[in-house]
Design a protein around this ligand. Structure first.
Ligand code: UGA
Length: 450
């Protein structure tokens, strides 16, 4: 079967490579020549573990090809996946322009039945609206399937190949049979395939992301509370996580949720629920808690390091999470901006996101370094903002030696507080006071998950 993937972004490119790996012929199309030309030579536009190898393997096998020619790809394909961005032009509102533009392009090219599959995250009712709009100019029958993507950056291939579930929203049996054929390899590994209508599939995606946002904000609130009470938030998370109704995942406090999905999707959810006169106070609260974390951590840093104007601060981590070079809506970038607004001189290092950050933060007082130690040289304080493994294995003695000051803000709790203190650091963890005897006496076979 031939399919087209419209959009070679973080969802589209991963999905295209994985579908090709299932044995399907995939035409991956993007209107940005600057993205497609390098892809043809095997050069990826972003960092995602394992993706370069998968793209290379499937391109060589002739199952994956890249082009800017959407018309040609549509003509050859029975199924067209749409994975274009829905980034907000106006904060809090989704931008469905690119999706509808692609929908019109598809319908204009169609001379026989085809299935359009919406992979982009879209508000409830979008598939129906698209159908109503396209029906007016359709020359042949078509179906629209809502197939939201639940992959996470950094583990995208594993998530696509071994998903917790695949959601297929459609009322067409014909389209459903075609989609089931595409996802046949996932049937074989018994991945749950949930068949529902378009609206349910659309809202399930938002509800899932909003729930994750609520959990993260919840544990961050508990971390704030731990700072005031002298209790270790990790002990709390472990005890909570052992309750099977709660589970251990997503109970890591830090700078809050960032990236291109959770912040945007929670904002958009509030917007479209308001339009339907429905309040979502829990989700609204999770956004407020998230928005306040960077300011709260800045306050803690200043309380220990003093005023930051003209002082050097080393920041480790700029990506919104490890294993990605993505700085979109990164909390680490927000924290950096706050420091710059305080007049601090920031020396930052991220294993993958230096270039992306430097492009966005065009500020004379912001510099990227080629290693953690270089970033820390002469710094009055250091902050760890992204939990890259590389930072966990830093030599704290060496770090301390190259720094001018002693404050270590470990916003992601990557270091052992006692080890940091033993090197003379003024250690500030996240909801993590000094170890108190007995606090971690819970012996568990599982670890607190991520
Ligand atoms: C998120 C969802 O997890 C995916 O299921 C969804 O498919 C995706 O959005 C999407 O809508 O496309 P992603 O943004 O890649 O995936 O990253 P997550 O791993 O969920 O992390 C999001 C943010 O939450 C990061 O800033 C991370 O640092 C933060 N986080 C996560 C925490 O602060 N604590 C945690 O315990 C977990």
């Amino acid at each position: 079967m031939n399919v087209t993937m419209v959009g070679a972004g973080r969802v589209g490119l991963v999905a295209a490579a994985c579908l090709a790996d299932f044995g399907i012929k995939v035409h991956c199309v993007d209107n940005q020549l600057a993205r497609i030309e390098p892809l043809k030579k095997g050069k990826l536009p972003f960092h995602e573990p394992g993706l370069a190898e998968l793209v290379e393997k499937n391109t060589k096998a002739g199952r994956l090809e890249f082009s800017t020619d959407l018309s040609a790809a549509i003509r050859q394909s029975l199924v067209i996946f749409i994975a274009v961005g829905t980034e907000e032009k106006v904060p809090g509102t989704s931008n469905l322009g690119p999706l509808f533009t692609v929908g019109h392009q598809i319908i204009r090219e169609m001379t026989e039945y085809k299935v359009m599959v919406i992979k982009s995250t879209v508000p409830v009712g979008t598939a129906q609206r698209l159908r109503e709009e396209l029906e007016k100019e359709a020359k042949s029958d078509f179906d629209i399937v809502s197939n939201p993507e639940f992959l996470r950056e950094g583990s995208a291939i594993e998530n696509f190949m071994r998903p917790d579930r695949v959601v297929l929203g459609t009322t067409s049996d014909h389209a459903l049979a075609i989609m089931k054929d595409i996802y046949r390899p996932l049937y074989l590994i018994e991945a749950p395939i949930v068949v529902t209508n378009n609206q349910t599939a659309e809202l399930a995606k938002y509800a899932s992301n909003a729930f994750l946002a609520v959990i993260i904000s919840f544990i961050n609130e508990i971390a704030n509370y731990c700072d005031g009470t002298g209790v270790d938030v990790h002990a709390i998370a472990k005890i909570m996580g052992l309750d099977k109704r709660i589970g251990p995942k997503f109970l890591h406090p830090g700078l809050g949720f960032g990236g291109s999905c959770l912040p945007k999707d929670t904002r958009i959810m509030l917007d479209f629920s308001k339009k339907q006169n429905c309040e979502l106070p829990t989700i609204a609260g999770s956004i407020k808690t998230n928005d306040d974390i960077c300011g709260y951590l800045l306050g803690r840093l200043k309380a220990h390091a003093g005023p930051l104007k003209g002082r050097k601060v080393c920041l480790l981590g700029l990506a919104y999470k490890p294993h990605t070079d993505d700085v979109r809506d990164s909390r680490a970038m927000d924290f950096t901006r706050l420091l710059l607004a305080e007049g601090a001189h920031v020396q930052a290092y991220d294993p993958a996101a230096n270039a992306a950050a430097a492009e966005v933060l065009n500020d004379d007082h912001f510099h990227v370094a080629s290693s953690a130690y270089e970033a820390a040289r002469g710094a009055d304080a250091t902050g760890v903002l992204t939990e890259w493994n590389e930072f966990r294995s830093l030599d704290l003695k060496e770090l301390k030696k190259v720094m001018a000051g002693t404050v270590l803000l470990d916003a992601r709790n990557v270091f052992d507080p006692d080890a940091a203190k033993a090197q003379g650091f003024n250690y500030l963890g996240r909801g993590r006071s000094p170890k108190v005897a007995g606090v971690m006496s819970v012996k568990s076979s599982g670890k607190t998950g991520s």
